[in-house]
Each structure stands twice: as structure tokens, then as C-alpha cells.
Design a protein around this ligand. Structure first.
Ligand code: HDE
Length: 647
């Protein structure tokens, strides 16, 4: 086109002409740029990477990508929130999706999991009810991306199988620090099937090498305003900076003959297999090492489906899993506009495949020849099914018998034992956060009847917990309840995860006339140890220190808040700019109130003294600048200081 700024008109001041096909094509394409957002998990972010096995799993499964430790399998992972719309904030309280597509040499395998190992309901037929209840209420479409409203808690109280999941959603797991610091779980019990056709049960886990870590609730709230893309930014920049997120793939294996040996039904997706009883064996590592080139083409058009399996991985009769097998295929038909979404580049397997599927909206393959049916003689009966020995998928021949019935097995009836196990496993700080989360959510519920029902329900998990919540929300304490479960599962507490300072973001507050060589030494050491220092100063750009040292300030207090950082290092104050000094004080105090490590050198130390910060847990003062960086890094490795006295 020779012209792209002026439409075709009858005279420079005249009407636009229908004949202007360029205008019409441009505008029509634009008008159709949106596709429906996912009905759940609409807000997401993804990256490419690779998976490599540590040890062969041939004893358990014939899946090719789980045989050979030298094979590198490309992957695409999409993380998401569940509840909010595409434009909602990253840091809301919610479960997170953790969906992985393995592009294996036998076709795609999708492991579509969450960062919480259990689910709200036991049978997929209740999913539409659950989602209707947690989404914004239908009369006024309020609230966005939040379960703190009447219909959700009404659903909870009247569907008590949700108890265990609710404990997780009220816990710190639902406000992750980063996608890089979340566990992932396949949730359901799946099957591995080996070359000899022998099967065992398996649960899948992803374990992040940076550990499992969370925000505090106030941070999550503030971040939703200052940086609604907090998790996106975090993942994108980590990958851009070469800090590739890594997760180990873990499996819990249960022999087929042990199906009934656990205290609960393994087909019930509201239950875990405690790691202390069935250990998680780590079998390989996934590294996310490449950002997408185009958000829409890749992340938005990615279509995950539980039915994307490879030989050696099979299903169980978990009624939630069975329903999902229908839903994921079905949902793509409307979202991606027809049956050929598997031809979109991000969804295509990396190996060739042959079948007699033809035509439909957006077909891209140009199939040649006349024969599009099976069995045939005109094309030598091709494409033909492959035998299992040739790599064909064969369903596991599980023996099934029973009456057709709409009912649930009695073995699914205990909704509270594992909810209590979870509660018992929490540290004091984690328990306090759960109580506050319940009190926040129920504090927003208007119906007194719903509040009362929820209090009565969770009294079955812990009387101690529910009494405090009842008081906070102005309701009478529960009159009965309590639990006999005394066990704990230490693996459930985030206090027992990996702690590392690596990739933690440090705000360095500094203004002109700082001690050039010393401060530069500290900052270089932080960066050399894998931390991410960023300078905040009076103005963006150059900050001048002694000995000609210059730093580059990326932020001022207008563009940065303490909630965006994991630790704060205060260097000096301004001689003239009182507003800067006041903002610096607020910044440090806020980080302190969020239990984060804070540190000072030079004049920063005087500020700490004035504010009675010295000597508190996680407060590092560097009188000796040589030792200071390592002391500070050790403090950062512990992340939060819950035993801090906040005034
Ligand atoms: Fe999903 N879920 N789900 N879900 N789910 C979808 O599929 C569904 C469940 C999960 O990044 C939808 O493509 C039913 C459990 C993730 O694109 C839909 C049931 C777990 C994603 C759907 C469940 C998940 C989805 C919407 C009850 C954790 C995002 C768009 C039986 C193990 C995938 C889409 C992505 C997305 C249905 C329960 C995880 C409607 C019926 C349990 C990570 O098909």
C-alpha cells in the first residue's frame, strides 16, 4: 500500500468510500482481534523451556520421554490465576494454574496442574457450580478476581468437600511470591504403564529449586495497584537476565495392589498422599529458558488438554479427572474457533502424525490424495493404526464392573481429616495468616447465615482456629466441633522449603555523595552472588559518589514501592531533599513491617538507630563494609523475620 494514514474519500473533506478495501481489511481484522478468554484461568503467562530426566523410569512407564536421561524434551509452561479475567491483577488470592506441555517424540503430553495439590470438589459435574459461585456475582459483576463474597462462601458451606482446598486457598500458597517459587501438582492419581503392561498409580509434583515462597497479604494488595503484572514481570525479567527458573519433576508411586492401603480413596482429588508416607522421588528437571515472542500467538492460543497423553501414561476413575477429559477439548472448540486448534504452531506436536481428520474452520494442512477413510485399499490401508509395539497408544485394560448409578462412593465421605492435617502442619506465622485470610474473606460476606454456616463447618477442622475467626468477624463461637487428627505433615509447611538469596530483588536507596568505592563493592558483591540490586534515588539516571563512582538509578520513589523488592539497603540521606528522606524512611519502615531483611551502611545506620530498628531480627548494619555484603546476603536467604516486634 502506498497510503496507510488516510482513508479513501470523495474529496479531502468528503465521505469515506466503500471501495476503500484497505481501510475495510485493516478495520475488520482489528475488530476481530479478540478471542473469548478462558472461562477459568483467563489470566496467564508462559515460557518455553526443556525437560531432562535424572533416571530412567522404564520400571514404571514406557513413556519415551521418561526412559533416556540424555533426551531433552522441549516444554511450554503456562502459569495462571483461576478466578480473574484476563486483565486482573497477578497477586490476588487464588490457586495458580501450572500447565506443562511436553513436546515428546511420541506427540504432546500435557500435565495440566495447579500449585495446590487438591481440589474444591470431587466430581466434575459440580465444576460449573463452583465456578459460578467464585466468579463475580451475576447481578452486578462484583467482585473481580476475589472469593471474598457471599456466593462463594455459600457454596463452600453447602459443599463441604471443599474444606481441605479452602485451607490451602486461605494459606500463603494462594499468594505466591513468584511463579518461580511455586510447587506444581498433577492433583489426580494417574497411572504409569510399563513395557510389560504392568501399571502402578502415580501422583505428579513440580518442586521449584528456589523453594516455595509467598507474599504477605498487604503486599499482595498493594502490588495489585502498583504492579498488576508483578508475576509476569518477575518471570519475564528472570528469564531475560539468565536466571532460568528450574523445577524438579517428582513422582509418588503406589503399587496397584496397594490401592486400598491408604486411609482415604486414591480416586478422591480432595486428598493428598502425605510425602512422609509416600516419598516424592525426583526424576528430572525442567528449566524455563526462553520467553515467548508473541503473547497472543503462543500464550493465549495455547490449548492444554488432559487427553494429550503418550503411551505409558494413563488415567484412573477419579470422577474429577474423567470430567476434565471432556471439558478441555470442548472448551477449545469455542475459544479457538473450531476443531483444528491443534494445528496452531504452539499446539502442534513436533513429530509428524497421520489420520483421516479433514476440513473444519481454519484448516491449515493441505491433505493430498483422495483417500480419507479407514479401512481402504486405494492407499494401501494407510494411515493405519500402530500396534503398541510400534508406539501406538493402548488404553490400560482396567477391569471395571458395577451398576450405572448417580452416587458417590462412601470412601469419599471424610472431608475434614486432611484439612486438619494441613492446619496441624502450619507454623505459628502460617496459622496466623490463615486466620487473617478467613477473617478478611468472611469479613466481606454480608449474609450472617452464610458466615454462621462457614464457622460451623470449619469448627470440624480446628475449634481453636474457628473460635478466633468467629471473634474477628463478630460471630458467636462454634458450639461443637474439633478434630481427633493429631498428625502433621512437615512437608506442607513453607517453613520447611528451600531458602536461598539467589534472584532476590534488593532496593538500594542512595543519593549523591555516597562513599563510591565501598557502596560499589557492596552492590557488585550482591550481583555476583546472584541477587538483583536496583538503585532508587532522587531522580532517575546518574547518581554520583566519591572517587568518581557513578550508579544508574532506575527508580525514584514515584516508580518504586518496597513491596516490589525482597530486601532494602539504605546507604545515605539527602542533605537538601527532605521529601526524599521522608520517602526513604517510609520505604524502609514498610519493608520492615513486612518482615523483610533491611540493611544500612554509612549514614543509613544513623537512620536505623533513630527509628529503633537496630538489633531487631533481620536488620543488618554494616559498620564494617568488608563483611557487610555476606552478612546481608545471609539475612536475605531467610526471607522473612516473623519473630520481629512490630510497633
Ligand atoms: Fe481446569 N479447566 N478444570 N483444572 N484448568 C480449564 O480449559 C475444568 C481443574 C487447570 O493454562 C479450562 O483451556 C473442569 C483441576 C489449568 O491454558 C476448562 C474441572 C486442575 C487450566 C477447565 C477442572 C485444573 C485449566 C478453561 C473440574 C488442577 C489452564 C480453559 C473437573 C489439576 C490451562 C481451558 C491453560 C483450564 C475445566 C478442574 C487446572 C474449562 C471441568 C483439578 C492449569 O476446560
Amino acid at each position: 500500500m502506498s497510503e496507510d494514514e488516510f482513508s479513501l474519500k470523495a474529496g479531502v473533506r468528503g465521505p469515506t468510500l466503500m471501495e476503500d478495501f484497505h481501510f475495510r481489511e485493516k478495520m475488520t481484522h482489528f475488530d476481530h482481534e479478540r478471542i473469548p478468554e478462558r472461562v477459568v484461568h483467563a489470566r496467564g503467562f508462559a515460557a518455553h523451556g526443556e525437560f531432562q530426566l535424572y533416571e530412567s523410569m522404564s520400571q514404571y512407564t514406557r513413556a519415551k520421554f521418561l526412559q533416556d536421561t540424555s533426551v531433552i524434551t522441549p516444554v511450554f509452561v503456562r502459569f495462571s490465576t483461576v478466578n480473574g479475567s484476563r486483565g486482573s491483577a497477578d497477586t490476588v488470592r487464588d490457586a495458580r494454574g501450572f500447565a506443562t506441555k511436553f513436546y515428546t517424540e511420541e506427540g504432546n503430553y500435557d500435565l495440566v496442574g495447579n500449585n495446590i495439590p487438591v481440589f474444591f470438589i470431587q466430581d466434575a459435574i459440580k465444576f460449573p457450580d463452583l465456578v459460578h459461585a467464585f466468579k463475580p456475582e451475576p447481578d452486578n459483576d462484583i467482585p473481580q478476581a476475589s472469593t471474598a463474597h457471599d456466593t462463594f462462601w455459600d457454596f463452600v458451606a453447602n459443599n463441604q468437600e471443599s474444606a481441605h482446598m479452602i485451607m490451602w486457598v486461605m494459606s500463603d500458597r494462594a499468594i505466591p511470591r513468584s511463579f518461580r517459587m511455586m510447587e506444581g501438582f498433577g492433583v489426580h492419581t494417574f497411572r504409569f504403564v510399563n513395557e510389560q503392561g504392568k501399571a502402578c498409580f502415580v501422583k505428579f509434583h513440580w518442586k521449584p529449586l528456589l523453594g516455595t515462597h509467598s507474599l504477605v497479604w498487604e503486599e499482595a494488595h498493594e502490588l495489585a495497584g502498583i504492579d498488576p503484572d508483578f508475576h509476569r514481570n518477575d518471570l519475564w525479567h528472570a528469564i531475560e537476565n539468565g536466571h532460568y527458573p528450574e523445577y524438579e519433576l517428582g513422582v509418588q508411586i503406589l503399587a496397584e495392589e496397594d490401592e486400598f492401603k491408604l486411609p482415604h480413596d486414591i480416586l478422591d482429588a480432595t486428598k493428598i498422599w502425605p510425602e512422609e508416607i509416600i516419598p516424592v522421588q525426583t526424576i528430572g528437571k525442567m528449566t524455563l529458558n526462553r520467553n515467548v515472542d508473541n503473547f497472543f500467538a503462543e500464550t493465549e492460543q495455547a490449548a492444554f488438554h488432559l487427553g494429550n497423553v503418550v503411551p505409558g501414561i494413563d488415567f484412573t476413575n477419579d470422577p474429577l479427572l474423567q470430567g476434565r477429559l471432556f471439558s478441555y477439548l470442548d472448551t477449545q472448540l469455542i475459544r479457538l474457533g473450531g476443531p483444528n486448534f491443534h494445528e496452531i504452531p504452539i499446539n502442534r506436536p513436533i513429530v509428524p502424525f497421520h489420520n483421516n481428520q479433514r476440513d473444519g474452520y481454519h484448516r491449515q494442512t493441505i491433505n493430498v490424495g483422495k483417500v480419507n477413510y479407514h479401512r481402504n485399499s486405494l492407499a494401501g490401508n494407510t494411515p493405519a493404526p500402530a500396534s503398541p509395539a510400534e508406539g501406538g497408544y493402548q488404553h490400560y485394560q482396567e477391569k471395571v464392573e458395577g451398576r450405572k448409578i448417580q452416587a458417590r462412593s462412601k470412601s469419599f465421605a471424610d472431608h475434614f481429616s486432611q484439612a486438619t492435617l494441613f492446619w496441624n502442619s502450619m507454623s505459628p506465622a502460617e496459622k496466623e495468616h490463615i486466620i487473617n485470610a478467613f477473617s478478611f474473606e468472611l469479613g466481606k460476606v454480608k449474609s450472617l447465615s452464610v458466615k454462621k454456616q462457614v464457622i460451623e463447618m470449619f469448627a470440624n477442622v480446628s475449634l481453636e482456629m474457628t473460635k478466633i475467626i468467629a471473634k474477628k468477624i463478630g460471630m458467636p463461637p462454634p458450639t461443637s466441633g474439633g478434630s481427633n487428627v493429631k498428625e502433621a505433615s512437615p512437608a506442607l509447611s513453607q517453613q520447611n522449603t528451600i531458602f536461598t538469596p539467589v534472584t532476590r530483588k534488593v532496593a538500594v536507596i542512595v543519593t549523591n555523595d555516597f562513599n563510591g568505592p565501598e557502596v560499589k563493592y557492596v552492590i557488585d558483591r550482591l550481583a555476583a552472588c546472584g541477587l538483583m540490586p536496583e538503585i532508587i534515588s532522587e531522580n532517575q539516571g546518574e547518581v554520583l559518589g566519591t572517587n568518581g563512582v557513578k550508579l544508574n538509578a532506575r527508580h525514584t520513589f514515584l516508580t518504586a514501592r518496597s513491596v516490589q523488592f525482597d530486601a532494602v539497603y539504605l546507604v545515605n540521606a539527602s542533605k537538601t531533599n527532605k521529601a526524599f528522606n521522608k520517602n526513604a524512611a517510609n520505604f524502609v519502615n514498610q519493608a520492615f513491617s513486612h518482615y523483610k531483611p533491611i540493611a544500612a551502611t554509612h549514614q543509613g545506620i544513623q537512620f536505623f538507630a533513630l527509628n529503633n530498628l537496630n538489633g531487631q531480627p533481620g536488620v543488618v548494619t554494616g559498620y564494617d563494609v568488608r563483611n557487610f555484603p555476606d552478612e546481608f546476603i545471609n539475612a536475605i536467604a531467610l526471607h522473612r523475620y516473623w519473630d520481629r516486634k512490630l510497633v
